[in-house]
Design a protein around this ligand. Structure first.
Ligand code: MN
Length: 207
């Protein structure tokens, strides 16, 4: 499985894992994602996962390992759960921009979506349907399998397609903490708005 792992997106020294630096201000994604949600979701939830991971790794065989390797290979349990959520949220927060240069993919990502989903609208509908129908807490990902095919993958709780040997490209967090302050129970409205703030060049760069 190791040959499929993407280059680590984290800077880390020994067993210290860091918060990703947001490439936008905490209020810049409004009204799609409010400043209050960023303050809690990034500032509190993600910080807790990072703190937990840094407390759990020392003394395990995963000390000094890239986050992607931990998520791919750690046994089920608290270390895997917190590593998964650190990886998931880092990919999530870095995939957004308040000023998208394009409202749909271009280049090799656009070609692959057309090949594997028919067209961009079909892909959007399938991804939204998967995210709106996921029961409980989890994530929906656009991922690339080992043959280069794009697939939509549902993951429960804090897992990530990297555990199945796939590359995660675009992730929607459907834990209620991702949208409840702004949308309450209206997960579908939250999902519909997320498409407005995706940085498609970042997503393509993950292929
Ligand atoms: Mn979350």
């Amino acid at each position: 499985m190791i040959h499929l792992l993407i280059t680590s997106i984290f800077s880390f020294t020994m067993s210290t894992y860091n918060m990703p630096k947001l490439p936008y201000a905490n209020d810049a994604l409004e009204p799609v994602i409010s400043q209050a949600t960023i303050n809690y979701h990034y500032g509190k939830h993600l910080q807790t996962y990072v703190n937990n991971l840094n407390a759990l790794v020392p003394g395990t065989p995963f000390e000094g390992k890239a986050i992607e390797e931990i998520v791919a290979t750690a046994p089920d349990g608290p270390l895997f759960n917190n590593a998964g959520q650190v990886l998931n949220h880092t990919l999530y927060f870095l995939q957004f921009t308040p000023t998208p240069k394009q409202n749909e993919p271009s280049g090799k990502l656009a070609s692959a979506i057309a090949r594997d989903f028919g067209n961009f609208e079909n892909f959007k509908n399938e991804m939204t349907q998967a995210a709106s129908s996921l029961f409980g807490s989890g994530w929906v990902w656009l991922a690339m399998d080992k043959d280069g095919k794009l697939v939509i993958v549902k993951e429960a709780n804090g897992s990530n397609p990297i555990r199945k040997g796939m590359k995660p490209l675009l992730g929607f967090d459907v834990w209620e903490h991702a949208y409840y302050l702004d949308y309450q129970n209206r997960r579908v409205d939250h999902l519909a708005n997320l498409w407005k703030i995706i940085d498609w060049q970042i997503v393509e760069s993950r292929m």
